[in-house]
Design a protein around this ligand. Structure first.
Ligand SMILES: [Zn+2]
Length: 85
């Protein structure tokens, strides 16, 4: 098992969708290879943060800005404007 094999199996490994043999090989490699351990840890943390975060409500200012941007865009694209040749 080499580093690039770890990367290739990483998603399944974190999903716990790997067969036990493959999983054991990865864990064995992780014991010996700090680089891969860091990659696995970082990816795992990223996934945890992503999965656990509640969808944040849009702040009022962001909502307002989004509204204005959309309105501006709609005005520019209104029907009857001269078409670009
Ligand atoms: Zn490695």
């Amino acid at each position: 098992m080499r580093c690039r094999d770890i990367v290739r199996e990483l998603a399944d490994y974190l999903d716990e969708a790997l067969d036990p043999m493959l999983r054991a090989s990865i864990e064995e490699h992780l014991c010996k290879c700090e680089d891969c351990r860091i990659v696995v840890d970082t990816t795992k943390q990223t996934i945890d943060i992503f999965c656990n975060s509640e969808p944040a409500p849009l702040p009022q200012t962001t909502r307002q800005r989004l509204h204005e941007a959309l309105a501006k865009r709609l005005r520019r694209a209104r029907p009857g404007a001269s078409p670009q040749a």
